[in-house]
Design a protein around this ligand. Structure first.
Ligand code: COA
Length: 576
């Protein structure tokens, strides 16, 4: 079938659905929901047999839904309606939640149901639940709905006939509904309220008497203080006491500001707080904020880095490099870089860079030191003669994050991971992280050029087929981690390991003789210097819009196939 994806943005859910529908033989094109007339134009150009809306912020116009079946993905159980579905579910502590695929009609989210899927609701950040459970359930339910639609025999079920529908209409959750009270709320309540607001819009509160929105909460098991007082800082995070413990606040957004590490957004106030350092890189055995954590088991080292949104600032890159250098001194022969649960890495920290343009320093300078810190980290990984290194991606990776992963000897992916191994969407950025070395040698020169040019997401299956990655392991987060540990332990115990390490050193020495890594770096950075300091401001403009979440005013042409010059509508039923 020809399926138009109508969406507010090409987010990871939309990317995943597009990839899955294509894998099932459907022809897809994408249009951003910009204006009714633009959507009407897209429908006229593409002539879809079905419209799927993975992520919309407003209703589909009647001119469209009255002539075409439009399937809306709603992140709520059957019967649930309203714009704050996940916020309410998390804040109310629901045990089970779900995704419903329903047909657009006059009343928002109230059309007949084509399919649904449920999942146990994890006590976690809304953004994390959205990227994991919601995305998984949505892809299941959408595939089922599409299958039912294409059978031509399935009648969607009107909500009124569904006696088992547990959901109900809930209003937009306002900040007054979120109501945080540091003096009265216990740690569990603070975490639940912050989790329900994570990603967007954040939990409205004050810090040091200043209004702000809070994000990125972590429990603290040991440190305590007077309820409501900010009692310590650790790297970018601030610790605030609750009635029965304390909560780390990782990120905040001040009015008219951008989302930043909390200790950076309140730099002066944070500087006056005591630092509460951790004792080295070993994973703490109690709950606390620890963005870099090391573990060892069966002769394998595991380096976790849980960086919010996968963004890696200069300081984070430098700290991770220090941890990597330390881990490489351990007597292990297999070292696995685990990244975080939701993201492995999304490259340089665009928000921290943007902040440099706001505080009177230079965004170009900050971009430059950040990319150099990323490169130093990638180089440290490539130069690991004593260990076989593995990047194990439980979460997605984008841009430089993909090539940091590729700096490891092997890349293992969870099977629902999406990669965006390209840079150009960020204002034609050339990219570094030694991608000109690592990508062609894995996928070939032509494929490397195509990946960079086409700027499309790559599924785990696509990454394996292209040679970008080496293995796909497991679907669920827990089973992925178990399989990673089994495979890494088997490698560490393997009689072949010595020979593998020998071969790795030989290949590296041969590659270095052919063309030193320093030359790749210099060539890439010559281009990046132009991106950062040159006449063309595209990167700075794109970063500004990305960080500020400016509304799109058109759909990128590489996504809207129906807007390509020469696009001809195939007759109905014939996918090209
Ligand atoms: N720096 C700072 N923040 C970043 C980031 C980065 N490099 N990459 C992603 N984020 C943030 C987003 O702003 C968003 O923030 P929010 O919490 O306020 O919503 C959050 O991470 C999730 O990103 P989103 O785009 O919604 O996630 P996605 O899974 O749909 O898409 C990417 C993932 C990687 C395709 C997309 O985030 C992206 O293009 N990132 C920029 C990559 C880049 O150009 N890096 C710099 C060059 S190395």
């Amino acid at each position: 079938m020809r399926i138009l994806l109508l969406t507010h943005a090409f987010n990871s859910l939309c990317q995943r659905l597009a990839a899955q529908l294509q894998q099932h033989g459907h022809e897809t094109s994408i249009e951003f929901d910009i204006a009714d007339s633009v959507t009407e134009e897209a429908v006229a150009l593409f002539r879809p047999e079905l419209i799927v809306a993975p992520y919309l912020r407003r209703a589909i116009p009647e001119s469209i839904w009255s002539h075409h079946v439009c399937l809306i993905v709603h992140p709520g159980i059957v019967g649930d309606r309203g714009p704050s579905a996940l916020d309410w579910a998390i804040q109310d502590g629901e045990a089970q939640w779900g995704v419903t695929v329903l047909q657009a009609e006059g009343e928002m989210d109230a059309g007949p149901v084509w399919a649904s899927a449920v999942f146990p609701l994890r006590a976690a950040k809304k953004s994390s639940v959205y990227r994991q459970e919601v995305t998984q359930a949505a892809s299941q339910a959408v595939l089922l709905a599409v299958e039912r639609f294409s059978s031509g025999r399935y009648l969607p079920r009107p909500l009124a006939d569904m006696a088992d529908a547990r959901g109900r209409l809930r209003p937009l959750m306002k900040q007054t509904d979120r109501g945080l009270d540091w003096a009265r709320d216990d740690t569990a309540t603070v975490l639940r309220k912050m989790n329900a607001a994570d990603g967007f819009p954040g939990l409205g509160d004050t810090l040091f008497g200043q209004p702000c929105q809070l994000f990125d909460a972590w429990p603290e098991a040991i440190l305590r203080g007077v309820p409501g007082e900010v009692i310590a800082r650790r790297e970018g995070a601030l610790l605030r006491a609750t009635r029965d413990g304390a909560v780390w606040i990782g990120h905040v957004k001040r009015p008219d500001g951008i989302k930043l590490p909390a200790a950076m957004a309140f730099a002066q106030e944070a500087a006056a707080l005591p630092e509460a350092p951790l004792d080295g890189w070993w994973r703490a055995d109690v709950a606390t904020w620890q963005d870099i954590a090391y573990e060892e088991c069966d002769g394998v080292g595991y380096l976790h880095f849980e960086f919010y949104n996968g963004a890696m600032s200069t300081a984070q890159c430098q700290r991770l490099r220090t941890a990597l250098v330390w881990a490489k001194q351990r007597s292990i022969q297999v070292l696995v870089l685990m990244g975080g649960r939701d993201f492995w890495s999304n490259g340089i920290h665009l928000n921290v860079i943007e902040a440099a343009s706001l505080d009177g320093t230079s965004a170009a300078d900050e971009s430059w030191v950040n990319i150099n810190a990323m490169n130093d980290l990638a180089l440290e990984l490539i130069h690991s003669p004593k260990q076989l290194t593995v990047a194990a991606l439980c979460g997605n990776a984008g841009a430089g994050g993909c090539f940091l992963a590729r700096a490891a000897d092997q890349v293992w992916l969870r099977d629902s991971v999406l990669l965006n191994p390209h840079y150009k969407t960020m204002g034609n950025l050339y990219g570094s992280e030694y991608w000109t070395y690592s990508l062609p040698r894995r996928v070939g020169e032509d494929a490397a050029r195509a990946i960079m040019r086409e700027r499309l997401p790559m599924t785990a299956q696509g990454a394996l087929a292209s040679g970008f990655s080496d293995a796909i392991l497991g679907g669920e987060v827990d089973s992925f981690r178990t399989l990673v540990a089994q495979r890494a332990s088997a490698l560490a115990a393997s009689a072949e390991l010595g020979a593998m390490l020998g071969a790795k050193r030989e290949v590296r020495a041969r590659d270095e003789a052919l063309k030193p890594l320093a030359a790749y770096r210099e060539e890439e950075l010559t281009q990046m210097r132009r991106n950062f300091y040159g006449f063309d401001p595209s990167y700075h403009i794109a970063r500004h819009h990305f960080v500020r979440k400016s509304l799109a005013s058109w759909t990128p042409r590489h996504l809207a196939r129906h807007r390509e010059p020469g696009w001809l509508v195939p007759p109905l039923g014939e996918a090209s």
